[in-house]
Design a binder for this molecule. Sequence first.
Ligand code: ADP
Ligand code: MG
Length: 280
Amino acid sequence: MNQPANPSPARRETIIEVRDLVKRYGDNVVHDHLNLDVYRGEVLSIVGGSGTGKTVLLRQIVGLERPTSGTIKVFGESPAKLKPAQLQALRNRWGLQFQRGALFSALSVIDNIALPMRELRALPDNLICQASLLKLQLVGLSAKDADKMPADLSGGMIKRVALARALALEPELVFLDEPTAGLDPMASDDYVALIRELRRELGLTVVMITHDLDTLVALSDRVAVLADRKVLAAAPIPELVKVDHPFIREYFLGDRAQRALQALPAPSRPEAPRPPSGDT
Ligand SMILES: Nc1ncnc2c1ncn2[C@@H]1O[C@H](COP(=O)(O)OP(=O)(O)O)[C@@H](O)[C@H]1O
Ligand SMILES: [Mg+2]
């Protein structure tokens, strides 16, 4: 099962702090005084209906979008307030695997992985190539895949290469936006196993958007639910399912969810909803 991340709340180190975040596009209020903390070493998953602002939240955390108001701190710094060079230095501390624009189609696998290191302009190219090959192996691919082009890869391999690139600069934190979307169940399970292993070996903090229940249950220490323009609750799944809210009921207590939740250890598994009888 999951690593026991942050067993004692007193010893938790907050590495992402979102306070009173408001984000508007014209009249469209996406976030309205949203708060969220992410602790070092945890896997925090973000769920919410389509269009609730999950991607926009990540884009603000990593400094690709500016909040309308409120503050976001990552490792104690506010991406929106940094000068470009400072923001770049901060960005080097995390890896991103976003849903779209996964790989550059004109670059080979190895060149895709090498790209963040080349952009640093700090390392000789033979070292970059060696490091890229190591990253390729880290995500379960081999040197014979290095010269393939993205068009020749399966969906699962593309996700792995994108992950290898996200890990290129040895980040302490990674952001994954729908990492298993579009994968068949087996590739998805393999990917989940890979994340779990990397997290254990590298001590990564993972912030992941997913709507896939199996991925969610298998990896998350806590789940943050985005609804009503806020983070409604951020808690381990067994606590979360006790929150009385239509989205949570629908999402966690339906038949599919109940099947996925069987993967939790029995003592922490939430109870199935009771039939609407008069019994207590
Ligand atoms: N660049 C943008 N300009 C205007 N509206 C945007 C922009 N990006 C996202 N939105 C809007 O913000 C809302 C949240 O989008 P998003 O974060 O992508 O949702 P999701 O939770 O599905 O990831 C949607 O209503 C979307 O239309
Ligand atoms: Mg999205």
